[in-house]
Design a binder for this molecule. Structure first.
Ligand code: GLN
Length: 199
């Protein structure tokens, strides 16, 4: 299994480090041809408006969209969650999203840099001690359609969601050495339809 990490802008290097620790071959994705030999994709945190613009310019938007429609598992973190969702509030009018997970998010919904925060999370499907989530200018998930699983919440807001082969976190799992969320994503890619209750 080879995993791609979208490497146009943002925190992609640390996702590649996490894959390395898990002994999954990882690859930077910068142009459409880079998708050819990958089985799954991680879209990192960063700035969703910039990543959206670069996706357009590189021709990657359509190429990734096609792969997502064909069922490729995708994991989006923070800005990556904004890029994967169905509806963005407070986005730039020209920013695009893949509509791969049926949630509505509000960009910078907790406020700016000064309202960044950390929280210990209990996440369905993640065993052991709470997971330390680092939220940096994070989006708030404001609506979740039926069929989307909410795996963890903070202050009543969903922060880890999954729909079929698509998983998002509104925080940055690559900023800690705790690889349990990457593991959860990789495990689910084996059988995206599997219920977490039996995972
Ligand atoms: N606020 C950023 C955006 O709109 C996301 C922040 C992040 O990825 N840490 O894309």
């Amino acid at each position: 299994m080879k995993a791609g990490v979208l490497a146009l802008q943002g925190a992609y290097g640390l996702h590649l480090d996490a894959l390395d620790r898990l002994r999954i071959p990882g690859k930077e994705v910068r142009k459409a041809g880079d998708l050819d030999d990958i089985e799954l994709l991680i879209i990192p945190g960063g700035e969703s408006t910039t990543i959206s613009m670069l996706l357009d310019r590189s021709g990657l938007f359509e190429a990734i969209d096609e792969r997502i429609s064909a069922g490729m598992p995708v994991f989006g973190t923070c800005a990556g969650a904004i890029l994967l969702c169905s509806r963005v509030r407070d986005g730039r009018p020209d920013q695009r999203s893949f509509g791969a997970i049926d949630i509505t998010v509000r960009r910078n919904g907790y406020g700016g840099q000064l309202q960044s925060f950390e929280a210990d999370l209990d996440i369905d499907g993640v065993k052991g001690p709470p997971y330390h989530g680092i939220f940096i200018r994070a989006p708030v998930v404001e609506q979740v359609a039926p069929g989307v699983e909410v795996l963890a919440s903070v202050r009543g807001d969903p922060v880890v969601c999954r729909q079929g082969p698509v998983m998002i976190t509104t925080f940055h799992p690559e900023l800690t050495d705790d690889d349990r969320l990457h593991q959860l994503f990789l495990r689910q890619t084996d059988d995206p339809g599997r219920s977490l209750a039996t995972a």
